[in-house]
Design a protein around this ligand. Structure first.
Ligand SMILES: [Zn+2]
Length: 118
């Protein structure tokens, strides 16, 4: 039973498949040249989302389901863009903005196997 929560747009992370408010996620846009990390959220194109604060969501093997052969490159880009920032303390420019304190920060399931196979 999902609770309706006003009109906060919610998106699903392509890696861990958690649903989170869109503003807490990082948008990725698929272009003819590959995937582009869209920090402004305004690029045209088909968007997908990952958790910017969860390094396991940037792993190639998890991205592969979504990005296929481009997963390795996308993983590197995410790590380059996000890895540095997170390490830097308070992530600077992510569009997370104001705390919408909804109590959705439950225990983060351990990154166990999820059908990765081979
Ligand atoms: Zn995620």
């Amino acid at each position: 039973m999902a609770k309706a929560k006003g009109h906060v747009p919610v998106r699903m992370c392509v890696s861990c498949r958690r649903r989170r408010p869109k503003r807490e996620l990082l948008r990725i846009v698929r272009t003819p040249e590959g995937f582009v990390i869209d920090r402004t959220g305004k690029r045209p194109g088909r968007g997908a989302y990952v958790c910017p604060d969860t390094p396991t969501c940037w792993e190639e093997k998890r991205l592969r389901r979504f990005a296929g052969g481009s997963a390795a490159r996308l993983a590197l880009e995410l790590q380059a863009v996000l890895g540095g920032e997170v390490r830097d303390g308070e992530g600077a420019h992510l569009p997370t903005g104001q705390g919408t304190g909804d109590g959705e920060r439950g225990a983060h399931g351990a990154p166990g196997h999820d059908g990765g196979g081979v």
